[in-house]
Design a binder for this molecule. Structure first.
Ligand code: FAD
Length: 384
């Protein structure tokens, strides 16, 4: 079979592209290649309901593992229930959905050794297609300066009901360590609970055992005992400075990059599901060749990078203008803002007024510390 579209990598970005293209172009032959032996169970992808447009709620609904009608945040000085719904997908659900999507062929154990605008090489095998998209996950780039969101999550089957009724997306009442620290709880059933310990820190090193011990302490403080059934971990980029034009100029002539490798993620939360859904819509509406998809996704990415300038400034204030042990204050202040603004922040749709609102009033960090954070060019120069 000669495919119409090769998707290199069967991660989140390419999975959403496969779903959108299969729907927009019935009969299109979509080949997904991934080096992993099978779908990963080391991933839950969550999103806030307002992050996605209705067609995406419909498309993803068969892959949803759990949905909740609200969510909560807790800080030492206040806590708040947020009314926006929240939902989680997992790797197995997404793989089942792709298997049921006409036109999509997913090959596991398919490690790509070379990729270009016309095809993929897998050892001695060469597969060509008019359109090739590269979604092989994160890679470092001197055009993207980042801090890190590091986490380990343990899913437990508890011996008795844990009593958590809604996602606690930030419990920042915990001792602050290694930057801004919070615990994230997802109650999948009355006895099944994901406990994730996250740190917004300057370095990328993940001390998994130390974080696992911190999770055990947290569970023990709550009186929870149980058996670990699943584990996930991640070191996600938090964008401090980004020269998107240079990143895309470097990729010119090759396959169209998407997902984390194209810098397409929410600069502050590191979430990429809402952005991946938007990019999938862009790909589905573009022409059927690599060059057409490249230029459509590139234009979208450059627009986004311009819109995200403000979010990167917030990150620089958080990471460069604020001592690590005080970072939680900035977040605590943010979560006092009106809920529609918080929803637009997650969805990457802040208005001018929202931006003004976020930085107005008592500054989250002293002006003298904020001033050196204003420009992103010096950070990009440091890495050049
Ligand atoms: C544990 C974890 C939890 C997360 N939770 C959330 C969340 O709740 N919400 C959210 O929005 N974001 C979340 N993220 C962040 C982000 O959404 C993910 O990192 C997302 O998976 C990135 O999508 P991607 O398609 O760019 O890369 P990936 O999903 O990482 O996909 C890349 C794929 O390419 C494959 N690959 C790599 N090299 C090759 C090769 N040479 N040949 C063939 N295949 C190859 C890999 O096996 C992989 O399957 C989470 C990240 C992690 C790690």
């Amino acid at each position: 079979m000669t495919p119409d579209l090769i998707l290199a990598g069967a991660g989140l970005a390419n999975a959403l592209i496969a779903l959108a293209v299969a729907e927009a172009r019935p009969g299109a032959r979509i080949l997904m290649l991934d080096r992993a032996p099978s779908p990963s169970d080391a991933h839950t992808w969550s999103f806030h309901d307002p992050d996605l447009r209705l067609p995406w709620h419909r498309r993803l609904s068969p892959a949803i593992r759990c949905r909740w009608p609200g969510q909560e945040v807790r800080f030492p000085d206040h806590s708040r229930v947020l009314r926006a719904g929240y939902a989680s997908l997992d790797g197995a659900g997404l793989a089942r959905l792709l298997a049921d999507t006409p036109g999509v062929t997913l090959r596991w154990n398919a490690g790509i050794t070379a990729l270009d605008a016309t095809g993929a090489t897998l050892g001695s095998e060469r597969i060509e297609a008019p359109c090739v998209i590269d979604g092989r996950g994160a890679r470092s780039s001197r055009h993207l300066v980042t801090g890190y969101q590091k986490f380990v999550g343990l899913e437990f089957e508890m011996n008795t009901p844990h009593g958590v009724t809604r996602p606690l997306i930030m419990d920042a009442t915990v001792p602050q360590q290694d930057g801004y620290r919070f615990v994230y709880l997802l109650p999948f059933s009355p006895t099944r609970l994901l406990i994730e310990d996250t740190r917004y820190s300057d370095g990328a090193t993940l001390d998994e055992e130390a974080i696992v011990c911190a999770i055990a302490d947290y569970a023990s403080d709550k009186g929870w005992t149980g058996r670990e059934v699943r584990r996930e971990r991640g070191v996600l980029p938090i964008a401090l400075a980004h020269d998107a034009a240079a990143l895309w100029a470097e990729a010119q002539g090759g396959p169209a990059p998407v997902g984390l490798r194209a810098g397409l993620f929410h600069p502050v939360t590191g979430y990429s599901l809402p952005v991946a859904a938007q990019v999938a819509d862009v790909v589905a509406a573009a022409g059927p060749t690599t060059a057409e998809v490249f230029s459509a996704v590139c234009a979208h990415a450059l627009d986004r990078a311009g819109d995200d300038r403000f979010l990167r400034l917030l990150n620089r204030m958080l990471f460069r203008g604020c001592p690590p042990d005080r970072r939680h204050r900035v977040l605590s202040r943010f979560y006092r803002l009106p809920e529609p603004l918080i929803e637009r922040f997650y969805a990457g749709k802040l208005t001018r007024l929202d931006r003004l609102r976020i930085v107005s009033g008592k500054p989250p960090i002293p002006i003298r510390d904020a001033l050196p954070c204003l420009r992103e060019a010096p950070l990009l120069k440091e890495t050049a």
